[in-house]
Ligand binder design. Structure first.
Ligand code: HSE
Length: 393
């Protein structure tokens, strides 16, 4: 038997409007009705009658007829306050806010247990790809070795446009913003934070260990240049921003780094705002998930899928997190990287254990060699505006 849902929605931006539209185009979800939408700006023109909207956060929380809160706002601190209060008042919650979820994961887990209400967030990771529920439900009987993927649509769109159309970084980012892919502060996308929050969430559901975002190394695409694309073209490679979690024995390592991939790599064909995630199990070997990872409708459809799941009383059980065989986290792993800089001295701060290739010209220098993730994170080049680093193919 399905539960009837009366929804209070926070936020009516790109994803909120996408949800509204997909909900009203879905014939199969008669059980869910949006009663009230809480928004911030009073003067914005909106496609729905004014009586749908409120500017008072408490109106939805105080309304006992509302049994589901859907949180789709930008600000992660405000989002957490809303989600927490909604759960404490016995309302189910659906959210797409990866930053908020990654920053408060343990607290949100405790709140679900304490309040006995479901909290679903499929739309927080990879938009249209049903990845969280798959990791949560399917892989608890196999030993997962790795999860590797493009999990940010904005950066994949920018890199694709720069590589295939010679678009400038600034123009490609501008289009990603216009198309509704980027966060309202796109620094989170281009510096790899958005992907890192998603990786922390995916890792918790895949490996049963929640690693806080501060522990995870992230490097973005802000300093990428045509030199790097030229290198990729010469070698038949493409450049992607890739998030990885790898388990070796009891040790777990995670990172978000640009990565050159060759034509045999699954991520090579993942273009524009598409995301792709490869999961590798000890016995099941590799599976690959691909779909649109950003945008109003792909994300709205994932929110709708969570709403539908709540009508069936589905909730995450966090079975792997309950188990005792937790891996330990380490950044002390070898990484084979491409490091390019206009300043050759900077490259020496990487403490390479071995060097495979070196190139020098009047305009730039690069080294391909092996160092450790810790040495990379601590090197001067990591923060340098004149350098770019990527995992080598
Ligand atoms: N800014 C995000 C991205 C939106 O580009 O992937 C979807 O989470």
């Amino acid at each position: 038997m399905r539960t009837e849902l009366t929804i209070g929605l926070y936020g009516f931006g790109c994803v909120g409007q996408g949800l509204y539209n997909v909900l009203h185009k879905t014939r199969g979800l008669k059980e869910a009705t949006i009663k009230k939408i809480c928004v911030k700006h009073r003067d914005k023109p909106r496609p729905l009658p004014a009586e749908f909207f409120t500017f008072d956060r408490e109106e939805i929380l105080d309304d006992d007829t509302i049994n589901l809160v859907v949180e789709l706002i930008d600000n992660s601190d405000e989002a957490f306050a809303i989600v927490k209060e909604a759960m404490q008042r016995g309302k189910a919650v659906v959210s797409a806010n990866k930053k908020m979820i990654a920053e408060h994961f343990d607290e949100l887990l405790a709140l679900q247990q304490e309040c006995g209400v479901p909290f679903l967030y499929e739309a927080s990771c990879c938009a249209s790809i049903p990845i969280i529920r798959n990791l949560e439900e399917y892989y608890d009987n196999d030993l997962l070795h790795a999860l590797e993927g493009i999990i940010n649509g904005t950066t994949n769109y920018i890199l694709t446009q720069m590589f295939t159309q010679n678009t400038s970084y600034r123009d490609a980012l501008g289009s990603a913003q216009e198309l509704g892919f980027a966060e309202s502060n796109p620094h989170s996308d281009v510096a790899g934070y958005d992907a890192k929050y998603k990786l922390c969430i995916l890792t918790a559901h895949a490996f049963g260990a929640f690693i806080t975002p501060e522990n995870v190394v992230n490097y973005g695409i802000e300093t990428v240049s045509q030199h790097d694309f030229q290198y990729a073209r010469e070698k038949g490679l493409r450049l992607k921003l890739v998030a990885q979690t790898r388990r070796t024995g009891d040790a777990l390592s995670m990172w978000v780094l640009p990565q050159f991939v060759n034509a045999e790599h699954k991520l090579y064909q993942v273009l524009n705002e598409y995301n792709g995630v490869e999961v590798e199990g000890a016995f099941s070997d590799k599976q690959f998930f691909m779909g649109k990872g950003a945008g109003s409708y792909p994300t709205g459809s994932a929110v709708l899928s969570d709403i539908s799941a709540i009508t069936y009383n589905y909730r995450y059980e966090y079975k792997k997190i309950q188990q005792n065989n937790k891996p330990t986290f380490t950044n002390d792993v070898p990484v084979r990287i491409y490091a390019r800089s206009t300043d050759s001295d900077e490259l020496q701060t990487l403490h390479f254990e071995s060097i495979d290739e070196q190139f020098s010209s009047k305009t730039h220098h690069y080294i391909i060699g092996t160092t450790t993730l810790t040495a990379l994170r601590d090197s001067r080049i990591f923060e340098s505006p004149s350098a770019f680093i990527a995992l080598a193919a």
